[in-house]
Design a protein around this ligand. Sequence first.
Ligand code: KG4
Length: 340
Amino acid sequence: MKKTIILGIESSCDDTSAAVISNGVILSNVIASQKVHEAYGGVVPELASRCHQQNIVPVVSEAIKRAGIDKSQINAVAFTRGPGLMGSLLVGTSFAKGFSSALRIPMVDVNHLQAHVLAHFIKESEDDNSQPSFPFLCLLVSGGNSQIIKVSSYDKMEVIGQTIDDAAGEAFDKCAKVMGLGYPGGPVVDRLAKDGDPKRFKFNKPHIPGYNYSFSGLKTSFLYMLRDNLKDNPNFIEENKNDLCASLQFTIVEILMDKLRKAAKDLNIKELAVAGGVSANSAVRAAFEEHSKKYGWKIHLPKFAFTTDNAAMVAITGYYKYLDGEFCSQDAAPFARVEL
Ligand code: KG4
């Protein structure tokens, strides 16, 4: 059988990644994360694009080497065109253009959000048949997005609910920041929550109609609760860190699952997936497992390597677009903001 080999490039935020897939089967996925931002408590766009410039060539050559192929075997190069940080996107986009014109192969532009969803279609081997079947609902939760997406086919996705303010990852990160837990705080909250009581503190939950989310009220409620308690006890955070993290995480997961459950019930869809950075969270994963048992959901939890930004998801999206003959031209410009 003829192999279609796609090189994927991801550079939308602070991870430089390249991956190779062959007929949907992953051959390599190399990610260079940028530690430089930790000292600033968030991603510094100018530093991110400079790091991408340094990383892109070695990351791509490593991905091709690990895939065990020669670059002449690559059929197309897929790259993240947006949304993301403009300076970061420009590095991946420019690299893809150079690569495509040097090898005289087509370029495929990829929407980063669509790629997170299609990460569920990356095959580990030829006989891996664990992919979701259409239609399914995907909860996309990251530092920049909280969306419920109805996925009807590889290229037909409808956002049926989304946050009207902060994303779930932002809620984790901002609350972690006020507790002095560093950046990004999500994984730290997850770790500390393991030894905490999730019912110890109660926070306001939003009352938003439909399937939309809101996390800014929770952030404020968390902040005020800390402020009030710190007045009486300056060591309040230190003494209650585990319970604070567990209660915060419990509330975020409840907010996420309440709306997802409602959407699944209303649309009568029992196939559910989760994607994006926050899908690495242990309580999110446990909630999906619980819902699977209780409501008979068929669930799809991504491998940890595919929860954060990675080029394998870009390559798989590029693969399906390639099969449909959806290429882009050399004058394609990246876009910082774009809907699904
Ligand atoms: O998808 P992603 O890598 O990129 C952005 O959208 O920026 O998501 C990053 C987000 C951050 O907010 C991070 O704190 C969160 O995902 N995150 C987690 C966990 N791992 C990453 N949040 C909670 N628990 C985790 N284990």
